[in-house]
Design a protein around this ligand. Sequence first.
Ligand SMILES: C[S@@+](CC[C@H](N)C(=O)[O-])C[C@H]1O[C@@H](n2cnc3c(N)ncnc32)[C@H](O)[C@@H]1O
Length: 172
Amino acid sequence: MSGAQTKPAELRSRRRRGRHSCWDHLIIAPLWVAYDANLGTLLRTCDAIGACLAVPRTRHYQDALRVGDTLRGRRPCIHWVAPTKEGWIDEQRSAGRRIVAVELAEGATSLPRLTPARGSTVLLLGHEHQGVPDEVLADVDECVEIPMVGWGASLNVAVAGSLVAYRLAGLS
Ligand SMILES: C[S@@+](CC[C@H](N)C(=O)[O-])C[C@H]1O[C@@H](n2cnc3c(N)ncnc32)[C@H](O)[C@@H]1O
């Protein structure tokens, strides 16, 4: 980098003229994610890439998002999932959205081979311990796996979801 340095606050205000309104291109759906911190991180990722967040309409998720929200109330669009997760996924499919799961699974697309979303897409993320339920995984249009070379069995779900979401949004 060269030339006069622009202050971070100035850069921020130049880049962010306002919040996105719901345009349904990408919906991050951590339907089984339980921990407040992970939901808060995913909310920030949604804000950063102009995606929406979808979570079950339960007290647990409402409280978790309140605790995990560091955006000071300037939240991205939230879709409340009800009455059941499976029913909501079926509705999204019927509305023409692609259902993509982020999971370690046989036959999954490796992240480097994933191309940006061309149509409206729902991105499913699994529970911190149990992952995405098998019966849901069996029905998705695509599953994406992030290659790992270390000893750990998996990544933190908010990290995994953010990596894939950036890619689908065409920003990485
Ligand atoms: C901590 S992992 C769950 C691992 C769980 N013990 C299992 O084996 O299914 C939580 C979620 O993060 C995502 N995840 C973590 N690492 C991943 C990877 N390398 N590739 C794809 N998804 C990953 C998936 O959505 C997964 O359901």
